[in-house]
Design a protein around this ligand. Structure first.
Ligand code: HEM
Length: 428
């Protein structure tokens, strides 16, 4: 597992769990009797193994067909959920499939001291209390309120790129804007937003445990200072609000708020960065699609939504079973770990017969790229505005761009699905 994955695994909650007794899982006899090679592949499937990325859609399609709730021995044992209906069922039943830290989530954000992250690692009423409090900051009108800032930043970044005639769009565009937007949403003053962006990028790029530790400490101190400076203040931003409001009957501690901030930044940053990379890859690989969208920018919202369905940036997140149940005929017991492969549901042949195809103008129907149930993406309206505006600004300034001949994209998969590099050129 890469350092980057370790640092951001906070979203997957899928590591260091007690190994369920295989003999008790109820699947052993089925597994040993099945002759379908998908069962064997499932037994060793590890979503955090970078080698999975290139063939992930074929792998998950084989699981959907042969073993839709497959048992893998990776990470101490987990069930890999791959079909649309099963994914939605798990996501909608938080009383059976828990997101809570108490039942096994892993704490990775630096120096959070094992505290539970409000919202992300809560279930049911506790979760609902935080969700109700945060919802007003994430409505469509609230998201639209960020458009001017996003457009200004996007225009600046694109204006810097355009005369160069070449760039790796992943670091030079996709990764540049999302940390600034999430910093703005949190309520950081404009001059401090680049500091947050630099810390986030530094943490992701750290190439040793010591480097990650050092930058993690700096990142922690930076956020803690912001949290503490807001105590007793009034303000209309997310951070000031959560620092000063009694949610579920009490004020959150500094450590809880710190972990909440870490996770919100991760949720709002890597996701949008990688989704944008997938969109631009699609446009670079399909010149007819690119020309169509350039000629008709009104298609960009569809482009964004189809990309979230087709290459869902949030690849896989976890749940823990807290009461006996079954899924697709597989008996499950408290403590069993579930891996929800959202992108697989979005290519489930039952719901999307031609799901492997990237197609604008699909009939509108629910997909799982934003998740489902109580934990469905809180930031989806912000993400939609952000991705639309960046695409509008980029395509207006750089309508034609090409990848090198024979370029094979290196895809990533794990918690997040993205592309490692997009080295494109364009006429200047
Ligand atoms: C294309 C970009 C994005 C995608 C594909 C995406 C996808 C998702 C998915 C699938 C989940 C559900 C995870 C689960 O149930 O285990 C989720 C949750 C969440 N997302 Fe997003 N997301 C994106 C962008 C954002 C942004 C920009 C923000 C913040 C500004 C954000 C904030 C959140 C939060 C707070 C949650 C947790 C909600 C809860 O636990 O109630 N996301 N996201």
């Amino acid at each position: 597992m890469t350092l980057r994955a370790q640092r951001w695994i906070t979203l997957v909650r899928m590591e260091a769990f007690p190994c369920p007794e295989l003999g008790e899982c109820g699947l052993l006899s089925d597994v040993s009797q099945s002759s379908d090679p998908a069962w064997d592949r499932a037994r060793t499937f590890d979503h955090l193994d970078p080698a999975q990325a290139a063939t992930i859609h074929e792998t998950l399609a084989a699981f959907r067909k042969a073993c839709p709730v497959a048992h893998s021995e990776a990470h101490g044992g987990m069930y890999v959920v791959t079909r649309f209906d099963d994914l939605r069922h798990v996501a909608r039943h938080g009383d059976t499939f828990s997101s809570a830290a108490e039942v096994g989530a892993v704490v990775v954000a630096p120096e959070t001291g094992g505290v539970i992250a409000p919202l992300f690692e809560q279930d049911l009423e506790e979760h609902a209390g935080w969700r109700r409090h945060l919802q007003p900051f994430f409505t469509p009108p609230a998201a639209a309120g960020h458009e001017d800032y996003i457009r200004r930043v996007a225009r600046e970044v694109v204006a810097g790129l355009a005369p160069r005639g070449q760039a790796d769009l992943v670091p030079d565009l996709c990764a540049k804007i999302p940390p600034l937007v999430i910093a703005s949403l949190l309520g950081l003053p404009e001059e401090q937003r680049p500091t947050l962006a630099a810390l986030v990028h530094g943490l992701a790029a750290a190439d040793s445990a010591a480097a990650a530790e050092a930058i993690g400490r700096e990142y922690t101190e930076f956020l803690l200072a912001h949290i503490r400076s807001r105590r007793g203040k009034t303000g209309s931003d997310v951070l000031t609000s959560v620092v000063n409001s009694e949610i579920n009957g009490r004020l959150a501690s500094d450590h809880e708020l710190l972990k909440f901030a870490f996770l919100l930044i991760a949720a709002g940053n890597l996701t949008t960065t990688d989704q944008l990379a997938s969109i631009l890859l699609e446009l670079a690989q399909d010149p007819a699609l690119r020309r169509r969208v350039v000629a008709e920018p009104g298609l960009i919202p569809q482009l964004v939504e189809e990309s979230v369905r087709h290459e869902s940036a949030v690849a896989a997140t976890g749940r823990t079973v807290v009461r006996e149940t079954e899924l697709a005929g597989v008996p499950l017991r408290p403590g069993d770990r579930m891996l929800l492969t959202w992108g697989s549901g979005n290519r489930d042949e039952e719901h999307f017969p031609d799901g492997d195809e990237f197609r604008l103008g699909r009939p509108r129907r629910p997909h799982l790229g934003w998740g489902a149930g109580a934990h469905r993406c809180l930031g989806l309206h912000v993400a939609r505005v952000e991705l639309r505006v960046i695409c509008e600004e980029f395509l207006a300034a750089i309508p034609e761009f090409t990848l090198p001949d024979g370029f094979v994209p290196e895809r990533t998969y794990g918690v997040i699905r993205g592309v490692k590099a997009l080295p494109v050129t364009w006429p200047v």
